[in-house]
Design a protein around this ligand. Sequence first.
Ligand code: E4P
Length: 217
Amino acid sequence: MKFFIDTANLDDIAEAQALGVLDGVTTNPSLMAKEGITGAENILKHYVDICNIVEGDVSAEVIATDFEGMVKEGEALSALHPQIVVKLPLIADGIKACKFFSDKGIKTNVTLVFSAGQALLAAKAGATYMSPFIGRLDDVSTDGLGLISEIRQIYDNYGFETQILAASVRHTMHIIDCAKIGADVMTGPLSAIKGLLKHPLTDIGLAQFLADFNKGN
Ligand code: E4P
């Protein structure tokens, strides 16, 4: 299972990279705005800054909602750095743009997926990654993890190579459950990744080992 971090915060990205378990980064316009990164020029520079920290795929989202606009923006994003993955919304023009980029061998991440039917379309269009938002589904009393299971079954039935990128991950149990189901990738905040480290018996055991070692010294 690949671990992506879902942020535009360079410190968090550097911390996750230093941990040695990071496979990539996902961003979106809201995450950029949260870091105070605004204006096309600053946003493009920030993508390059992210690529220079992490080894792996970095999703950069288009703002255009029409096919021509998405192609123009996606080509510019893709030209920024070899690690850039063009992130496209799951709307009709986004699916057309996904097919366009897939045919050209440019990596894509189809985002804002909330149903199995949408996931099927993304795979048919040759998406590299397809991002179902499990936390946002949970927020509206709908089973986000259930959607991951449904998509896993559909993709396995037909051998689709599109990777299931479980997004809108909120906590450590989301990561563990996605791993059990067989999501290819998860993207979540640094807190969820670091949460996987925690167990009180680890802390108690380590304290005991150190205390016992020090008895003889
Ligand atoms: C995915 O690529 C999105 O950036 C993200 O996971 C959305 O998560 P949120 O629901 O926490 O905003």
